[in-house]
Write a protein that binds this ligand. Structure first.
Ligand SMILES: [Zn+2]
Length: 400
């Protein structure tokens, strides 16, 4: 593959523009010097755009997305979890577009926004069997070279309360999903320890990562964190366990937040921070100081459950920063770090800073300063995945 020189590139918002040389999917050099093209080089002038590491979306639900479908007019306010489940089952039956088609439409949008690494949760339930998993495995294959897609088999309707779901999770692991998920071990299944036994047992048997969605708040949530930390330590799974939607982190006392953060950090459990309309965002600056690994996620976007969300992880950083009332540039830049470098660290992925030797996963976008692009996310000028330009001006490209 010929070398690509990205010129007039302001790496991570540096005042001085430089040149990033990319060859065979890897950053060859990053220099302040003017470009010195060699025969065969392709020169792409970024015109002073800021260049960032490719974004990480640590929590989305591509199988649920209705991206590309006609707008669904919603007339009722679904309130209880049980109602949401009933609504989900009804919509599974009513949605005729194949899951792979809908998921791909959404994930293409995520890539055009700059997500070069995406983790999606895929529903598994007796009502739909493994149809979602099979669809997303196909999409994962088709999108190689566009984004690194990892799949978590997810018991959306509960595990114990839907007999047969544990066997489906195991079948999904045999088919090659990347991780096994749990959901509200106490709140939905009512027997938290039994759900933890099943999920951690599968993870141990198949050597995969574990994630729990955890909507239990208050003391129950704190109790669950300790149980999950115990198992993580006992199984030597530090760095392979994550939590989404940790409602109990939203508004604890300062003392309790310190205990929770220390417990998560010591056990090596990462948190995909949710940005929800009704809930406060956790005190992410304190959690980071305590050593907790964190990323952001676009969560359920234009889905069976919610009209909100567009797959743009930078917009998630904006919403988080807004809800946290971040005003200092240092804080705004931290929000951006959660979508990039810290997000990669949360999943143990190699750095894409970009520095010489890094995989060439990059996003270029116009703007004066990093804080500015968080407050007012601009259209992405260019997205590069593994050394190949995959999107320009907010849309995928096929032939570059
Ligand atoms: Zn979720």
């Amino acid at each position: 593959m010929s070398r690509i020189l990205l010129t007039n590139a302001r790496v991570n918002g540096a005042e001085q523009a430089g040149t990033i040389a990319v060859r065979d999917g890897v950053v060859e050099s990053v220099t302040d010097l003017p470009p010195a093209p060699q025969p065969g080089d392709r020169v792409v002038d970024l015109g002073g755009q800021i260049v960032l590491p490719g974004f990480v979306d640590g929590h989305c639900h591509a199988d649920k997305s209705l991206w590309g479908e006609p707008w669904v007019r919603r007339t009722s306010e679904v309130v209880s979890m049980e109602q949401m489940f009933e609504d989900t089952v009804a919509q599974w039956a009513a949605t005729t577009t194949p899951v792979a088609t809908r998921a791909r439409a959404f994930l293409d949008e995520c890539v055009a926004f700059g997500s070069t690494t995406i983790r999606t949760f895929v529903d598994v339930a007796p009502e739909i069997g493994l149809s979602g998993i099979e669809g997303l495995l196909e999409v994962r294959e088709d999108m190689r070279g566009l984004t690194d897609l990892s799949i978590v088999a997810f018991p959306q309707l509960g595990l114990l309360r839907r007999p047969g779901t544990d066997a489906l999770l195991e079948e999904a692991l045999k088919l090659g999903v990347d991780a096994v998920g749990g959901l509200d071990p106490a709140g939905i299944d009512g027997d938290a320890l039994a759900q933890l036994d099943i999920v951690f047992g599968l993870a141990e048997r198949y050597g995969v990562a574990v994630d729990f969605h955890m909507h239990e708040d208050g003391e129950l949530g704190w109790w669950l964190i300790r149980r999950i930390a115990e198992r993580t330590r006992a199984l030597g799974m530090a760095g392979k366990v994550s939590l989404c939607d940790v409602f109990s982190l939203a508004d604890p006392t300062p003392e309790r937040l310190h205990e929770m953060g220390t417990t998560l950090a010591d056990a090596g459990i990462a948190v995909a921070v949710g940005v929800h309309g009704l809930l406060p965002v956790p005190d992410v600056r304190t959690l980071h100081r305590l050593g907790v690994s964190m990323c952001l996620g676009s969560d359920s976007s234009r889905s069976l459950w919610s009209p909100w969300g567009d797959g743009d992880i930078l917009s998630r950083a904006m919403f988080m920063a807004y809800k946290c009332y971040f005003r200092r540039d240092e804080d705004l830049e931290f929000a951006l770090d959660m979508a990039t470098t810290l997000g990669r660290e949360a999943f143990g992925l190699p750095s894409v800073e970009p520095r010489a030797g890094d995989p060439a996963d990059l996003v270029a976008l116009p703007g004066e300063a990093l804080g500015e692009i968080v407050v007012c996310p601009p259209r992405r000028g260019l997205v590069m995945k593994a050394g190949r330009i995959v999107a320009r001006n907010g849309a995928l490209v096929n032939s570059e």
